[in-house]
Write a protein that binds this ligand. Structure first.
Ligand code: NAP
Length: 251
């Protein structure tokens, strides 16, 4: 049977995987949640929108004769990743996650770890600061209880609703970012605290390297727990797993 993989996307890794699948002549479909107005163009057919929970994803796998699922979603997209584990187990479709290692603090970093968004909100219950709040668009309202800060927000799309911050600046941009540009951005806005998710990868690491260079503390939101699943850390390992690489994946 021809391979017909479904890639759960929304990350630079998913885009890289699609390029490799297309180049290898494997094909497949990439799925987006639909959170971003103009997703990056992909070399594979794409679908957009939720599946309708575990049962909906299971139905999609059967209806579209999906042979493999590659979960290349963001490490904080815990719901779709958990759904994929359950749906693939039920449908007996092999699943692998294409993940990124989390960032870890070096000796020159000053990170305070918090377990989740609520922990970051609690950490901001402190005197006014100039905060680079790099948590994406979906969770901004949760920071409303701390209006005393200046917030610098970098978002792919302009916010749809009014922001709950009396003093903030929105910069519309899409990664990957460079350390030089992030240093300049933080200096221009006199940032003295960074709040971010431990996304890992290289595309969003620049702000941490800039924070290190400027001696700025970081509130680091640790990753949510996910069910156990097979994991690969690069595109080549996924191709191996699909039987199109150099060797079989030993994971
Ligand atoms: N969370 C982040 O920090 C972050 C950062 C960068 C990019 N992203 C990307 O943005 C998307 C949404 O993230 P999230 O944190 O809102 O996810 P989530 O909380 O895990 O997912 C919520 C619901 O959105 C739908 N969904 C999520 N990803 C999907 C996909 N790739 N294709 C189809 N449906 C999807 C599913 O709906 P149904 O239950 O109806 O199927 C899922 O139950 C993900 O694809 C992720 O890769 C997230």
């Amino acid at each position: 049977m021809d391979k017909n993989p479904l890639i759960l996307g929304g990350t630079t890794e998913a885009t890289a995987l699609c390029l490799a699948l297309s180049a290898a002549g494997i094909g497949g479909t990439i799925s987006f949640a639909g959170r971003v107005m103009r997703p990056v163009r992909q070399p594979l057919p794409q679908r957009v929108g939720g599946f309708g929970g575990i049962a909906g994803l299971e139905r999609y796998l059967a209806d579209h004769r999906i042979s493999h699922v590659i979960d290349a979603t963001h490490p904080f997209a815990a719901q779709i990743s958990a759904n994929a584990v359950r749906a693939c187990a039920e449908a007996q479709v092999p699943l692998i996650a294409l993940g990124r290692a989390p960032w870890s603090a070096g000796p020159d970093d000053n990170w305070a770890h918090v377990p989740d968004i609520a922990g970051a909100v609690a950490a901001l219950n402190r005197p006014a600061a100039r905060v680079m709040l790099a948590v994406g668009r979906m969770h901004l309202a949760e920071f409303a209880p701390n209006p005393q800060h200046f917030y610098l927000l970098r978002l792919i799309d302009a916010p749809e609703a009014a922001l709950p911050f009396p003093d903030c600046r929105v910069v519309q941009d899409r990664g990957p970012f460079t350390t030089k540009a992030d240093l300049a951005l933080m200096q221009a806005h006199r940032i003295d605290l960074v709040v971010c998710k431990n996304s890992g990868g290289t595309g969003a690491q620049a702000k941490l390297l800039a924070a290190r260079a400027l001696g700025i503390p970081v509130v680091m939101i640790d990753r949510p727990a996910l069910p156990p699943r097979l994991e690969a850390h690069d595109v080549a390992a996924v191709l191996d797993w699909l039987g199109h690489g150099r060797t079989d994946l030993g994971v």
